[in-house]
Design a protein around this ligand. Structure first.
Ligand SMILES: Cc1cc2nc3c(=O)[nH]c(=O)nc-3n(C[C@H](O)[C@H](O)[C@H](O)COP(=O)(O)O)c2cc1C
Length: 178
């Protein structure tokens, strides 16, 4: 297949986010992929805002990016054993856009977090929250990077051999699902 158009959604907004690094690593390890990072710095969902002004332009852009991508990769930390509000808010807003951009879309989920579980409780919640939208979430090795602050080198690359191996396999599975 030609170069894969990947859209990346990070559940953390900060510029040095390890989840954003993980998305970049996923694209690199997929090989021949072009990664666009989505901007999830959206207003909080507010039905009054939607009624008065419609869906914000930033949300429409996100929905269009999802629809246009060959595949979407999502990486999120867990916050207090759950899904960060940034990610849930983005999912809720996109659900208000017509056209079901997630339907049938190949998606790979992953996480990075400071705790020993690598954010897997947040990841389970993310999986659950996405089921209404019927994406094609690929199975494969779970990539949940624990002690994230210690797992990326100075170039932002994953240090652990097993993480690299599993992420490479996950991305090959995603490519095959396109
Ligand atoms: C509000 C908040 C709650 C957190 N809760 C958890 C948690 O439940 N489990 C965990 O492993 N880390 C938790 N952390 C630490 C995050 O895993 C850590 O900040 C991580 O680096 C966030 O991902 P990022 O590098 O992409 O920003 C929490 C951090 C914040 C700010």
């Amino acid at each position: 297949m030609a170069q894969v158009k990947l859209l990346g959604l990070s559940g953390a907004l900060r510029k040095d986010s390890t989840n954003t690094l993980l998305l970049k690593e996923a694209a690199r390890l997929m090989g021949d992929a072009e990664l666009t990072l989505a901007d999830l710095n959206l207003p909080l969902y507010d039905g009054d805002l939607e009624a008065a002004e419609g869906v914000p332009a930033s949300v429409k852009t996100l929905a269009e990016q999802i629809a246009a991508a060959d595949a979407v990769i999502i990486s999120t930390p867990e916050y207090n054993r759950g899904l960060p509000g940034v990610m849930k808010n983005a999912l809720d807003w996109v659900s208000r856009v017509e056209g079901a951009p997630w339907a049938g879309k190949p998606v790979a989920l992953m996480s990075a977090a400071a705790g020993r579980s690598g954010g897997d409780r947040g990841l389970v919640m993310l999986h659950t929250c996405m089921t209404p939208f019927a994406p094609k979430i690929v199975g494969g090795p779970e990539v949940t990077v624990a002690a994230n602050y210690n797992e990326f080198d100075e170039n932002g690359q994953l240090k652990g051999e097993l993480y690299v191996k599993n992420l490479t396999t996950l991305m090959a599975t995603l490519r095959a699902a396109i």
